[in-house]
Ligand binder design. Structure first.
Ligand code: AMP
Ligand code: ZN
Length: 297
């Protein structure tokens, strides 16, 4: 039996991308530290802020609620949770029951009370995932704003980001989307800043966390959602390239930062040759200069 890296007891979890084995007692702390690192790296939450957490009852947002509760004491911020009851019959009823177990004080918003119709009625039997996405985003923002929180947190993880990216690019939609970043800043007072603290976590890491912390969560998938083959495809890549999802999402942030720089960039002229450069001397002249000093010392 292989041993836990932290305590030496038999390990039950192997994280291939970190090449680490852990037991179920040591895993939660490891996971919490990873999420804390993401929060600090991307400056997602500041001390004293109030964070609205959207909880659906699935493993990812259940993990989010749990980890933020732990970190709120460590970092020093406040939490408010909420659930949107879309009225998807049995599925919504079960979700609500789980969410109430996660947080008995959860705020519940009912779509039927707002529009007079539950989602199942609005769908008329058709696949309505994109409409549902719009409805959820609208109500999440409105609810969090009315709760007067500073930011809205969702349970989107690396798997979601990668799937979203692949689907869009293959559909020929190369437009940049803020949904691909760990933090979406507000551009209008009606829109709250959005944070995705599980941005660098995989579904598997989230699943281990809810299991090792005995956090209630719902296994059922939404009955209206079609099967998503992209998740399976990404699991296939991850099996052959451990850590793929995490480096992929980090790559997206890096790509975004570089293109942001390009937008604000002003062309300069190299002080030696006059060609276009970003610095004082262009990279061609820098190489030539260096090789000259190397050869003629
Ligand atoms: P999904 O769009 O179902 O992949 O969910 C993405 C994130 O949106 C989840 O991790 C939750 O944070 C949030 N969310 C989804 N559905 C609900 C819901 N019914 N109530 C509250 N939050 C939700
Ligand atoms: Zn251990």
């Amino acid at each position: 039996m292989r041993k836990c890296r932290k305590c030496g007891e038999p390990a039950s979890i192997f994280l291939k991308s970190y090449r680490i084995r852990l037991c179920k007692n040591c895993y939660p702390e490891f996971y919490e530290r990873l999420v804390e690192r993401t929060i600090k790296k991307y400056r997602l939450i500041k001390k004293g802020e109030r964070i609205g957490v959207a909880i659906s009852g699935g493993k990812d947002s259940a993990a989010l609620g749990k980890v933020l509760t732990t970190l709120s004491m460590k970092i020093g911020f406040e939490l408010e949770t909420f659930f949107i009851d879309l009225g998807i019959e049995e599925y919504s009823r079960k979700s609500l029951a789980v969410v109430k177990k996660i947080d008995p004080d959860v705020n519940v918003v009912n779509l039927k009370n707002i529009t007079g119709s539950a989602l199942v009625k609005m769908s008329k039997g058709k696949k309505i995932c994109s409409a549902c996405g719009t409805i959820k985003r609208y109500l999440m923002n409105k609810t969090a704003r009315e709760m007067r929180v500073d930011k809205l947190a969702t349970g989107h993880c690396a798997d979601d980001i990668a799937v979203f990216f692949f689907k869009n690019w293959l559909a020929g939609n190369f437009e940049w989307s803020e949904k691909l970043l760990p933090l979406t800043e507000s551009f209008d007072p009606r829109i709250l800043p959005r944070i995705r603290p599980l941005y660098e976590r995989t579904e598997k890491e989230n699943a281990y966390y809810v299991l090792t912390t005995c956090t209630p969560f719902l296994v059922d998938e939404c009955p209206l959602a079609p099967e998503d083959e992209w998740k399976e495809i990404l699991y296939g890549i991850e099996r052959k390239k451990p850590g793929f999802k995490q480096s992929f999402v980090r790559g997206i942030v890096g790509f975004y930062k570089r293109s942001e720089k390009r937008e604000t960039y002003e062309g300069r002229s190299c002080s030696i040759c006059g060609e276009l450069t970003t610095g004082e001397i262009c990279s061609f002249c820098r190489i030539v200069k260096r090789s000259f000093t190397d050869c003629h010392h």
